[in-house]
Design a protein. Structure first.
Length: 497
């Protein structure tokens, strides 16, 4: 059963190799991308069922015992994130079929897409800090080329900013790995969880944790090192933007949650205070950047930053409720923000531009698109009974229970500004008349199926996650309890009782 853990990595790898072998056959590559993502999703669901029912699952590559070999370990938190990786990989692969820009496919889009999914799956399932670094680099290389694919000047500029700051993150991460190994003599996370508390150097361990905070904070687009995200996410085709928004910054959040619940817990009063300030500033700067934008994808990119602040807040509060809220927030935000980015792609096709000042009239010309946008936008703003409301409600409740009234007020004010910016998109793109009096362009049936199919699925999930939040919160609570009581994780990797 433990060998299942290899499948979320192996399936995208095989899909990438098959796409390379069929380099000149674009249709075959499209089918392989869809099939590979579907296989990843199926394997992730099988793993999640086993982990949720029976606890964390671990396997040692090559039968080398931990901590000497390469460990793969999946608990409830990482199992849910693997499922979201497979789901988004499949939906984006289908959405891509309805997009324009098919000329980019001949330059390796499909192999790179599969390698990206492999890197994300590896990051969510590794039990070793060095291999987490390796998977980060797989993601960085794949995402950089996907970002630059096509060679247009805005793409190259965005890709340069993206890769420059992420190389800084990689350097800091590698430095942290060297210092950690020098201090503890191991990089296996379960082994580190046992070793670091025995060093009797809490100040040094906390300082090391802050180095990882900066490295992972860049990946997650935290304040003040988030500028690369809105400078790059609006430049590639929408399908690339969607998969980046859904997964890449979430890997950074995942890594932060993992290390600050498992490894760097010796001085929680210090780390939690820093995380709270960073969370608040990330929320505020992200939403203020959003309200000033007129380009739809740039506006939504700033909201990615703002919502990451909410996720970090759950880690900062460090209670079972807040950590459960972080996992729920991750899942619902992946669905909500991906749906909004997909809407932006259809808006561009039907209204002719991403610039809100140059479009309009979609309320009458595209009623289905209008309704889908409205549901996703209201969820992002936290309007009940949609999923975004329950995510923010749990965080606010956790903050009030802990007496953190200041950050609760900030979170509520950011929610109001989020609603304002969503209203801005509605008024400009959907409600007002088109400045040039143009009617919405109708899509071909094939394009409509590919573009609207994944979008409808995501918006349906946004609604269902809100109306039936209880079952997912049960899973999220189980994940939070495992994070706060890591003995199950450690035992799965190292054995023992």
């Amino acid at each position: 059963m433990a060998n299942l853990l290899f499948l979320p990595i192996l399936i995208p790898l095989l899909a990438a190799i098959a796409s390379v072998l069929l380099w000149q056959r674009t249709r075959a590559q499209r089918a392989i991308s869809v099939a590979g993502a579907a296989g990843l999703l199926i394997s992730a669901l099988a793993i999640a069922e086993r982990v949720i029912l029976h606890g964390p699952l671990a396997v040692q590559s090559g039968n080398w015992p931990a901590p000497f070999g390469i460990s793969l370990v999946v608990d409830t938190f990482s199992a849910v994130m693997l499922c979201m990786t497979g789901l988004m990989g499949l939906l984006v692969a289908v959405y891509r079929l309805g997009e324009e820009h098919h000329s980019r496919e001949v330059f390796g889009y499909h192999p790179l897409y599969s390698f990206l999914l492999m890197g994300v799956a590896g990051a969510f399932s590794t039990g070793d800090l060095f291999n987490l670094y390796v998977w980060f680099e797989v993601m960085l290389i794949s995402s950089f080329v996907l970002l630059a694919l096509g060679g247009k000047r805005p793409q190259i500029e965005g890709a340069f900013k993206y890769v420059s700051i992420n190389l800084v993150s990689s350097a800091l991460f590698l430095t942290g790995l060297g210092l950690t190994y020098g201090l503890a003599g191991t990089l296996n996370m379960a082994d580190l969880a046992l070793t670091l508390p025995t060093l009797n150097q809490p100040g040094l361990v906390t300082t090391l944790g802050l180095l990882f905070l900066v490295a992972f904070g860049i990946k997650a687009a935290l304040f003040p090192l988030f500028f690369w995200l809105p400078a790059s996410y609006h430049t590639p085709p929408v399908s690339v933007t969607v998969i980046f928004s859904a997964l890449l910054s979430k890997v950074g959040v995942y890594a932060l949650v993992r290390v600050f619940t498992l490894l760097f817990t010796s001085q929680p009063e210090v780390t939690q205070a820093i995380l709270t300030w960073v969370a608040g500033l990330t929320m505020v700067t992200g939403v203020l950047g959003a309200v000033t934008q007129h380009e739809m994808r740039r506006l939504l990119s700033f909201h990615v930053i703002s919502q990451i602040g909410y996720m970090l807040l759950g880690l900062a509060l460090f209670t079972p409720l807040s950590l459960a809220a972080t996992l729920y927030f991750l899942v619902q935000h992946i669905c909500t923000k991906s749906a909004l980015f997909m809407v932006s792609g259809v808006v561009r096709r039907q209204a002719g531009s991403f610039d809100l000042r140059e479009i309009g009239g979609l309320y009458r010309g595209a009623p289905l698109l209008s309704g889908l946008f409205l549901l996703a936008a209201l969820s992002l703003a936290g309007i009940p009974p949609l999923s975004g409301f329950w995510a923010k409600y749990a965080l606010v409740r956790a903050g009030l229970e802990g007496g953190n009234y200041g950050i609760v007020i900030v979170a509520l004010l950011v929610g109001i500004l989020t609603l304002y910016s969503m209203t801005k998109i509605w008024a400009e793109a959907f409600w007002k008349k088109h400045p040039k009096g143009k009617e919405a362009t109708q899509l071909t049936p094939a394009a409509a199926r590919s573009l609207f199919g994944p979008l409808v699925v995501l918006v349906a999930l946004v609604v269902v996650l809100g109306l039936a939040a209880g079952p997912l919160y049960e899973v999220a609570t189980q994940a939070a309890n495992e994070l706060l009581n890591p003995q199950l994780y450690i035992r799965a990797v190292l054995g023992g009782s």
